[in-house]
Structure formats: structure tokens, C-alpha cells
Design a protein around this ligand. Structure first.
Ligand code: SME
Length: 158
């Protein structure tokens, strides 16, 4: 499998944000960027807090479920625990929400604004155990840069 240049991805996130940092265009381009840069994906995108639950945000891949309650699925669990969840086999994750039955593994990285968790980056693969420790570190770096540069002011958190 090709090595992903996560340092370059972080720089590209910064370049997008230098043009426009509203979360809709920024996360749209970042989901497209990740979907192209990482091999063997079937979904890459964002769920963001809206009136107390996770609302589908910009993404690439097949149509997906629109709202996820806190604590539900991998995304809702990562949100509540405020932890990165790297799931090697989604069929073994209790309560996993299968938007695409092709999904076999998944990584979810929480996103923060002002120290509070406000959403997640969610990436799915049709290959079991697709995401390595290096991918986790790289995607954490992408998320940290996004948190630093994004204008979240249009979110409706409560
Ligand atoms: N699998 C996720 C749901 C979102 S889709 O993968 C796009 C979950 O269990 O939370």
C-alpha cells in the first residue's frame, strides 16, 4: 500500500483554509482530499453537532444516515468518549451503524472548538483493519489543523 504524506495533507488543509475557513466549503474539500489520498476507502466525511445530535456534514462516498444520536454507533461513541476510535472490524463493534454494507473497518476522530467536542471526522474502508497507527497519527494531525483553522460559527450546537 502507498504511504500517505500526512504532512502534505496538513499543508493542503491550511491552504484551503487560507482561502475560506467556513466549515462547509473547507470540510467539503477536505473530505474530497482524504478520499483521494487514502487507498481503499468507501466513505470519508464529517458529522457535526447540530441541536444536540450529530448531523451529516460534507462527505465523499455513498449516501449516509443523516442524524446519529450521541452514544450511538462508532461516531456517537467517539463523540461521547471524546476519543479516537480505530475499529479493525466494524462487525465486532456493538451498535455499529452500517450506512454501506461494504464497510469493514472505520476510524473516527473527534473535532473540537474552544475545547469542546463539536463533531467527528469519519472514514470507512471496505478492507478489514485498513487503518494503521500511522494513519491514526496522521489523521489526528489533520484534525488538529482543522480545529485550529475552521470557522465553526454557523454550527447550531444546542
Ligand atoms: N458507521 C458509522 C455511521 C456513519 S457511516 O459510516 C458514514 C457509525 O457507526 O457511527
Amino acid at each position: 500500500m502507498n504511504e500517505v504524506d500526512y504532512k502534505l495533507l496538513v499543508e493542503q488543509v491550511q491552504a484551503f483554509a487560507d482561502t475560506e475557513n467556513d466549515f462547509v466549503p473547507l470540510f467539503s474539500n477536505v473530505s474530497a482530499l482524504l478520499y483521494e489520498a487514502l487507498e481503499d476507502l468507501n466513505w470519508a466525511g464529517f458529522y457535526l453537532l447540530d441541536k444536540g445530535s450529530l448531523l451529516l456534514g460534507p462527505f465523499q462516498g455513498k449516501t449516509a444516515c443523516i442524524r446519529i444520536q450521541p452514544g450511538r454507533g462508532v461516531c456517537g461513541t467517539a463523540l461521547v468518549k471524546d476519543e479516537v476510535l480505530r475499529v479493525a472490524n466494524v462487525h465486532e463493534f456493538p451498535g455499529h451503524i452500517a450506512c454501506d454494507c461494504a464497510s469493514e473497518s472505520e476510524i473516527v476522530v473527534p473535532l473540537h472548538c474552544g475545547g469542546e467536542v463539536v463533531g467527528v471526522l469519519d472514514i470507512d474502508s471496505p478492507r478489514q483493519d485498513r487503518f494503521s497507527e500511522e494513519d491514526e497519527e496522521g489523521l489526528r494531525a489533520v484534525a488538529r489543523r482543522l480545529e485550529a483553522v475552521t470557522d465553526f460559527s454557523r454550527l447550531r450546537l444546542y
